[in-house]
Design a protein around this ligand. Structure first.
Ligand SMILES: [Zn+2]
Length: 253
């Protein structure tokens, strides 16, 4: 007999339904707390991920950064470069980057800093333009690398037989104006060429070296971000020249 309506067995599942509803509520409760906990855990994990650099091994001092570049270059020169796992590196770096060095390199297709220093994706913050000189745009990029990504070292990387420096020498010598936007390269590289002219030796080699030295000095004193990082010993700026024949990088500044 149903106590509410007086009829017999018209809803025999009533007790079960009651149990089911109570059970569902209990299950609901049972799921609510862990779910909330999991949500909180996920938030904490996400916060942790934001704080944690994607490549902890890249959080190193300026000197350790330079050593790592040189060790990588030695492997590259010796033909014993590492095998790089691009697939897993891509996934690990999808959420951020913390390169261990910035490179201001010539655009010359034979240089390829990532190969030259046997480095992986996410290791080098590379700015490239013919003649590897610092202008407002390359300085701004490197400022981002230092101020936001905490890059501890910048290497200005010239190379022998640089076409941009050679074209500048010829343009100045012959007093000719190059076509298109090329005169802007001549303007940027002229100070180094003029500084070594008439001093004997190989003008091209000397101008390439001088250009690296000048641009190291320019980056070191670039206010307000790079100069401050150098002063606080958070950043070192160095210069090197890549030798086309064997791939070796010789430090010059
Ligand atoms: Zn070049």
């Amino acid at each position: 007999m149903c106590e509410s309506c007086g009829r017999q067995l018209h809803h025999p599942l009533a007790p079960s339904r009651r149990k089911f509803i109570l059970g569902a509520a209990a299950v609901g409760l049972a799921f609510t707390n862990p779910a909330t906990a999991r949500g909180k855990k996920k938030e904490e994990d996400d916060d942790e991920k934001k704080k944690k650099p994607p490549k902890p091994e890249n959080v190193i001092s300026p000197d350790a950064s330079l050593k790592r570049l040189m060790d990588g270059n030695a492997r590259y020169v010796g033909g014993v470069a590492r095998r790089h796992d691009f697939k897993h590196e891509r996934e690990a770096l999808a959420g951020g980057q913390n390169p261990f060095a910035g490179i201001l390199s010539c655009a010359d297709s034979r240089i390829a800093p990532e190969y030259a220093f046997d480095s992986a994706r996410g290791d080098l913050f590379v700015c490239r333009l013919a003649g590897n000189f610092a202008n407002d745009d390359s300085i701004a990029s490197l400022e981002y690398g230092v101020a936001v990504l905490n890059v501890p070292l910048i290497l200005v990387l010239g190379h022998d037989a640089c076409g941009a420096v050679d074209a500048t020498i010829k343009s100045l010598k012959d007093n000719t104006t190059l076509p298109g936007h090329l005169p802007s390269l001549v303007t940027a590289l002229s100070p180094a060429v003029k500084a070594v002219s008439g001093k004997g030796g190989d003008v091209l080699d000397n101008a390439i070296r001088q250009n690296v030295i000048d641009n190291v000095a320019k980056l070191k004193s670039a206010t307000p971000i790079l100069s401050a990082a150098v002063e606080q010993n958070k950043l070192k700026v160095v210069g090197g020249i890549y030798r086309l024949k064997d791939g070796k990088v010789d430090m010059v500044a």
